[in-house]
Design a protein around this ligand. Structure first.
Ligand SMILES: C[S@@+](CC[C@H](N)C(=O)[O-])C[C@H]1O[C@@H](n2cnc3c(N)ncnc32)[C@H](O)[C@@H]1O
Length: 273
């Protein structure tokens, strides 16, 4: 049955979307790039502001790339459209759409990609089944998602600990599977992928320099203040406005602390249909 009410709750404020817009194909889907050839068609599902999507288009100069996202807000897909125009990348387009009911016939794309989406939706198996459906036989399906169980952050901070507790509680109430990354191959099997052909790799993300700490710390600080996580937690009485302030202060302390590294593992699935 098609899913009508997808759930996504990180939020799409400028601070959050601008952080996603710094991502590139090289830093986010290197495991896919060697499978691409210049005339391929690619679908990027849950493309957000589209910086990875635009980069993918550069890898297929004679092909075409479609970025699709459930979020129609100007802060998201319009950012991709403007960026593509500014960078002169013409073989990319952005559309609003739901990954649970992709608006394409079977066997349409040479490659179907998603980055950091599956951990935030309540039916990743259905989402992967759709990615599989729209991919041509012989084409590639690629998905990368972090595993929150690999969260390594130093030094410990009370505000950040409360932030984690709040997001885990909201995720669990929304029916999300914790530790998404390590589930990728299981979801793929349930979605009908042939188990023996599923390739899983991992790559880490590390934030250590002042610039890296500002980048990731400000993203999480924005999530603690502006996301639907924060709105829901306030509404349910799990946290007060002061509590959210303390989370934001915790992220600021971490950004300002030269001793503070943060790292996590991403799992990557690559499958040839
Ligand atoms: C964490 S962002 C990642 C954006 C981009 N892939 C990146 O890595 O920069 C997740 C994106 O998935 C989108 N999304 C969530 N559920 C979706 C669905 N059911 N269909 C399409 N997009 C969805 C959200 O709107 C959001 O833009």
């Amino acid at each position: 049955m098609p899913r009508e009410t997808p759930k996504y709750h990180v939020g799409q404020t400028n601070n959050i979307v601008n952080a996603f817009a710094k991502r590139t194909a090289e830093d986010s889907c290197a495991y896919l790039l060697s499978s691409l050839t210049p005339d391929m068609t690619i679908l990027d599902v849950g493309c957000g502001p589209g910086s990875i999507t635009i980069d993918l288009a550069r890898h297929v100069p004679r092909g075409h790339v479609v970025g699709i996202d459930i979020e129609a807000a100007a802060s998201t897909l319009d950012k991709g459209r403007t960026q593509a125009q500014m960078e002169g990348v013409m073989n990319v387009e952005f559309r609003t759409g739901n990954g649970y009911t992709l608006p394409f016939p079977d066997d349409t794309f040479d490659a179907t990609h998603s980055h950091q989406v599956l951990h935030q939706i309540d039916d990743p198996v259905h989402f992967m089944r759709e990615m599989h459906r729209v991919t041509k036989p012989g084409g590639f399906i690629a998905s990368r998602v972090w595993d929150t169980g690999s969260w390594i952050l130093h030094p410990q901070d009370e505000g950040i600990t409360s932030f984690r507790t709040m997001t885990q509680r909201i995720n669990s109430e929304r029916g999300l599977v914790p530790f998404a990354g390590r589930n990728l191959h299981i979801w793929a099997r349930k979605a009908g992928f042939e188990a023996g052909r599923v390739k899983i790799s991992t790559s880490t993300m590390t934030f250590r320099t002042p610039e890296e700490r500002i980048y990731v710390g400000e993203l999480f600080r924005a999530i603690s203040q502006e996301s639907d996580f924060a709105t829901m937690a306030l509404k349910k009485g799990y946290v007060t406005g002061e509590g959210l302030e303390r989370m934001a202060e915790g992220w600021q302390r971490w950004i300002d602390d030269d001793d503070g590294p943060f790292a996590w593992i991403n799992f990557e699935l690559l499958y040839q249909k």
